[in-house]
Design a protein around this ligand. Structure first.
Ligand code: C2E
Ligand code: MG
Ligand code: MG
Ligand code: MG
Length: 288
């Protein structure tokens, strides 16, 4: 009897692996199909300039609604797109959508796009971005490119050259999710960025942990001393907003400012609806 149970256990296990494999294959072929049919969507999340009190840029975030109900987050399908060699197609699609909308918005509104390291390195990305901008008659000053710290690890690759070429043309560069990756501060000297985006891990605790508040303040100071600006990501409530401003951040992004919405729903002149007269909140919860 024991042998029987064992046998069926393994059969079950094999079946599970096989069905996971089948599921993965299905998702892959769905992804290929949706990318080829240009069925992805691009959303934009507002970013608030704390000095002017105005939303002056949006971050483009790609969305995949598989069928009518299943939403697949980019943190799942972007790595898959990278793995199967489709990331440049995804990136081209996002860029195209963003430029189309930028050309209808007032000149004062900018957009940021996220770029995967796999899109960089062979010079084609920079070429394509600059050509697309001039074709759509959009100034490079209205585009920002966000990369994550992992790009800095790609040493000696053409990624740096590609990014610097964009920067020379007037596109600003932001280092995304700053503080949780592997980069050393030395890279910030080697590779010029215009902005640091403080990872939401620190922002989510900026109002309750003096350690997180100290990190947010230090990153903001670092940005200033290297002639960069900084954005706090994941600002979810008035307490976060108050604290990141006290810490010297230049921009706020998060559900408290506004959730990502389809680019077509973005009204030029979007104003942050939340109260900007902050209720002072003490940074409490001293760490032991
Ligand atoms: P990211 O570039 O750091 O984008 C910010 C993420 O935080 C977005 O998740 C956004 O929806 C989410 N977020 C914004 N405000 C808040 C908040 O207040 N609280 C919380 N908990 N989350 C907030 P999303 O859209 O799921 O994207 C995840 C990641 O996928 C992005 O992180 C980016 O690395 C990547 N991604 C998104 N779109 C693209 C794209 O077009 N190309 C590439 N290569 N990567 C993309
Ligand atoms: Mg980003
Ligand atoms: Mg981020
Ligand atoms: Mg919190």
């Amino acid at each position: 009897k024991a042998k029987d149970e064992r046998g069926s256990f393994f059969r079950l296990y094999d079946a599970e692996i096989a069905s996971e494999e089948a599921e993965r294959r299905r998702v892959k072929s769905d992804l290929i199909q949706v990318v080829q049919s240009r069925g992805l969507e691009v959303y934009g999340q507002p970013i608030l300039n704390l000095a002017t009190r105005q939303v002056d840029h949006f971050e483009a975030l790609v969305r995949w609604q598989n069928g009518s109900t299943q939403f697949i987050p980019p943190s799942n399908f972007i790595p898959l797109a990278e793995e199967i060699g489709l990331i440049s197609e995804v990136g081209d699609f996002v860029l195209h959508e963003v430029l189309e909308h930028l050309s209808c918005w007032p000149d004062t509104l900018k957009a940021c796009i996220n770029v995967s390291v796999l899109q960089l390195g062979d010079g084609r990305f920079a070429e394509n971005v600059l050509n697309s901008l001039s074709r759509q008659n959009v100034s490079p000053l209205r585009l920002e490119v966000e990369v994550t710290e992992s790009i800095l690890m790609e040493h000696g690759s053409g990624a740096h050259a590609d990014l610097q070429r964009l920067r020379t043309a007037g596109i600003t560069l932001a280092l995304d999710d700053f503080g949780i990756g592997f980069s050393s501060l030395g890279y910030l000297q080697e590779m010029r960025f215009d902005k640091l985006k403080i990872d939401r891990k620190f922002v989510s605790e900026v109002d309750t942990s003096s350690g997180s508040a100290a990190i947010v303040r230090s990153i903001s100071d670092l940005a200033k001393s290297l002639q960069m600006t900084c954005t706090a990501e994941g600002v979810e409530n008035a307490g976060h907003l108050y604290c990141i401003e006290q810490c010297g951040c230049d921009y706020a992004q998060g559900f408290h400012i506004g959730e990502p919405v389809p680019l077509s729903q973005i009204e030029p002149g979007f104003v942050f609806a939340g109260g900007l007269e902050h209720v002072p909140i003490e940074v409490q919860g001293r760490e032991p």
